[in-house]
Ligand binder design. Structure first.
Ligand code: HEC
Length: 118
């Protein structure tokens, strides 16, 4: 039965974790800027990131904002990415107080609970 095989194939693709984890712009941004004890986001949060580090992380958030996460609404995704972008932009312009906005915006669990697939 040809139709059965198509349905089985579609199901396999839809449930393939490889499509949702480990690949893509968002996952790359996570690995590069968020993951690990010495991740650049820690420096940003403590106000110690250099101008070029801030530019790199800002670019990554701007790219991330154009993506569609595996889960959650696009308005929530936009809100979260915009908060990261706004905080890093403020830090870039020398507003040190924006580290507290950044710490709020970079809350791993708050975003993963809503937008990260399995
Ligand atoms: C604005 C939302 C958001 C924030 C904030 C966020 N994440 Fe993520 N993260 C995601 C999404 C969405 C994924 C799933 C990406 C995918 O696989 O497509 C993800 C995936 C990951 C992954 C898996 C990457 C891989 O190899 O597939 C790691 C590790 C990670 N995040 C670490 C962190 C850490 C640590 C923090 C906090 C310092 C953090 N993230 C903050 C949205 C966010």
């Amino acid at each position: 039965m040809k139709l059965n095989r198509i349905v089985a194939l579609l199901a396999a693709v839809a449930f393939s974790p490889a499509l949702f984890a480990g690949e893509g712009v968002i996952a790359d941004a996570m690995k590069k800027f968020h993951k690990g004890e010495t991740a650049p986001c820690k420096k940003v949060a403590s106000g110690e990131a250099s101008a070029s580090e801030l530019s790199a992380i800002l670019k990554s958030y701007q790219d991330m904002a154009k993506e569609t996460p595996a889960k959650g609404t696009s308005s929530s995704w936009k809100e979260k990415c915009d908060a990261l972008i706004a905080a890093v932009t403020a830090l870039k312009s020398g507003n040190k107080a924006a580290t507290s906005d950044y710490k709020k915006a970079v809350n791993c669990k708050a975003c993963h609970d809503v937008h990260k697939g399995k």
